[in-house]
Write a new protein. Sequence first.
Length: 106
Amino acid sequence: MLTKKLIFAVMFMLILAAGGIQAGGDPARGQELAASDCADCHGDDGKGDEDNPSIAGLDSVKHVDLLKGYKSGEIPDEDEMMIDSVEGLSDQDMADLAAYYAGLGG
């Protein structure tokens, strides 16, 4: 009986650990994605300008929530720049971008 409980506990911990790794995103892949689209408005350093906000150092969870909000239409986007930018992104793409920009510092 104790063996079954131990096996279940180890399996549960491994599942949690694997999920956490995936959720963190891949900053290197995020950098590749950012170069093709995000940098045009937010700059190579992610610090934006007078027309576009800084996203460098943004908390990755908050960043993903914002990207999902634009994609779903929950966050208004009058000029549709962000909607156009996020429409083709997967959840993993968003996590990768967020991990990259979180590491840049604000």
